[in-house]
Design a binder for this molecule. Structure first.
Ligand code: URA
Length: 191
């Protein structure tokens, strides 16, 4: 069995175990699917967003709406594709009306994400936006101050960058996001 197959089995077993735990996964009223994540379970690069939106909730996949299209575009600019990387969110179900998850909701969702990280053990984590960075670090952050600065999380390099939804509202920052993902693609080759 390859490392990829082995990690895929571990991720599936992890998901099943969380689905069995009564309060293992935060499920918002009105949501349809739990969106665990997708991609290469043995990826060098792990991308972590905030929470599924409407399209993600309908399809059960992360980043398949407008933000996802933009994410695909920047991955392509960096010569990466979705099947190379693993993509997930800190919160696995869609908050009502796409509101931001609260710090308590993020804290509730963190153990599953940590377990996913421990299985994938990527060379680099890229958090997209403030929610996932805040959740992992356990403190409030200003993404404009933290983005682009490499830090360590549980012995893994972490490069915070902007959320694609922010770029959809602030097109002038598209190049910053693209440059961060290019940096990420170089860092995974270096390690
Ligand atoms: N925004 C996120 O943070 N995650 C998704 O999966 C989609 C949009």
């Amino acid at each position: 069995m390859t490392a990829k197959q082995y990690k895929q089995q571990l991720l599936e077993a992890l998901q099943a175990s969380y689905l069995k735990k009564p309060k293992g996964i935060l499920r918002f009223p009105g949501s349809t699917n739990i969106v665990f994540g997708e991609g290469n379970p043995d990826a060098d690069l792990l991308l972590i967003g905030e929470a599924p939106g409407k399209h993600e909730d309908e399809q059960g996949q992360p980043f398949v709406g407008r933000s996802g299209m933009l994410l695909n575009k920047v991955l392509e600019i960096a010569n990466l594709c979705r099947t190379d990387v693993y993509i997930t969110n800190i919160v696995k179900s869609r908050p009502p009306n796409n509101r931001k998850p609260t710090p308590q909701e993020i804290e509730h969702s963190k153990p599953l994400l940590i377990d996913q990280i421990n299985i994938i053990r990527p060379k680099l984590i890229c958090t997209l936006g403030s929610s996932s960075l805040q959740g992992l670090l356990g403190r409030s952050v200003q993404i404009t101050k933290e983005r682009g600065k490499i830090i360590k999380f549980n012995g893994i390099k972490l490069l915070p960058t902007y959320h694609p939804a922010y770029i959809l509202r602030n097109q002038k920052e598209l190049n910053t996001l693209a440059q961060d993902i290019i940096t990420a693609s170089k860092l995974i080759k270096d390690v």
